[in-house]
Design a protein around this ligand. Sequence first.
Ligand SMILES: [Zn+2]
Length: 80
Amino acid sequence: MDTEAGLSKHLIRLRLIEPPRRDTPVIHARALGPLFHGFAEADYACGSCDAVLCAGITPGHLAGVVFRCWCGAFSMVPST
Ligand SMILES: [Zn+2]
């Protein structure tokens, strides 16, 4: 258990996918650390290494967006 008291955030692990087609837009994380910062309750994490790619996201936002983590894995934001 690593939840901190009073912290309402929850981690959503993105769906690990195969490398997408070349015409698929991909957001590349070139270093460790979130690419997006918001003030909502969820964090999106790489489906492979659990690095946080988006912090403070509203669950469901950026659905269908593909991220390439600095670890090299491709992850897609789930639509639900
Ligand atoms: Zn990763």
